[in-house]
Design a protein around this ligand. Structure first.
Ligand SMILES: N[C@@H](CCC(=O)N[C@@H](CS)C(=O)NCC(=O)O)C(=O)O
Length: 215
């Protein structure tokens, strides 16, 4: 069985949980507490598995893989049905562009280690860190809303069924809500609301995880 090293509130882990659920694959969750004892992601045992010291980490037999977008690509190759990436080359490229806008441009600026560094090393207080989060999440999602507005509305990010873009968008909106960064974004919110009705998204929600509320 696949194993997923995950933290309940990690948006990157949440992305992969949604994708695994959409693929209908069973997996075992192994919680990694990102805050306890300075962060279990830095423990010797976890570093031996993932020197990047980040979650998620997918383990398939002897094969361990970090980085959520690489995990998506692995899942798509290993379990092609149902397809979570468009077949059309341009639509697929746009979908990965949206995934990367979230994974490369927004989430890294809200990551635990960055916030810790801002507070503990650079002396930025809580109000400053909150302003930071709201600023970067805000402009990141503004850009995605603008992109959505420029094309015809679809039920999900790319068409009539969820793709990896929806797997990224829903956790990013969860983080925006958590950090008080939410703005209007009518298109993004409509897609997120539709996704949130689907069982694959419901059971991947942070509050539904075995390690939830133990922060
Ligand atoms: N680009 C990576 C980012 C992974 C990442 O930043 N994970 C966060 C949780 S969402 C983490 O493990 N943070 C631990 C830390 O900051 O020390 C991915 O997409 O998987």
């Amino acid at each position: 069985m696949l194993k997923l090293y995950s933290y309940w509130r990690s948006s990157c882990s949440y992305r992969v949980r949604i994708a695994l659920n959409l693929k209908g694959v069973e997996y075992q969750t192994i919680p990694v507490h990102l805050l306890r004892d300075g962060g279990e992601q830095h423990s010797a045992a976890y570093r031996a598995l993932n020197p990047q010291q980040l979650v998620p980490l997918l383990v398939d037999g002897e094969f361990a893989l970090g980085q959520s977008l690489a995990i998506f690509q692995y899942l798509e190759a290993r379990l092609p049905q149902p397809a979570l990436a468009p077949r059309d080359a341009q639509a697929a490229a746009r979908m990965w562009s949206l995934c990367q806008a979230i994974a490369c441009e927004i989430q890294p600026l809200q990551n635990t280690r960055l916030l810790k560094h801002l507070g503990e090393v650079l002396g930025v207080d809580e109000a400053g860190r909150t302003a930071w989060l709201r600023h970067w999440i805000g402009i990141g999602l503004d850009a995605l809303e603008e992109e959505m507005q420029a094309r015809q509305a679809t039920p999900f990010c790319f068409g009539d069924a969820p793709t990896y873009a929806d797997c990224c968008l829903v956790p990013q909106m969860y983080s925006a809500e958590r950090f008080g960064a939410v703005k209007e974004w009518p298109r993004l919110k409509a897609i997120v609301a539709r996704c949130r009705e689907l069982p694959a998204f419901v059971s991947a929600h942070p509050e539904r995880q075995m390690d939830a509320q133990k922060a």
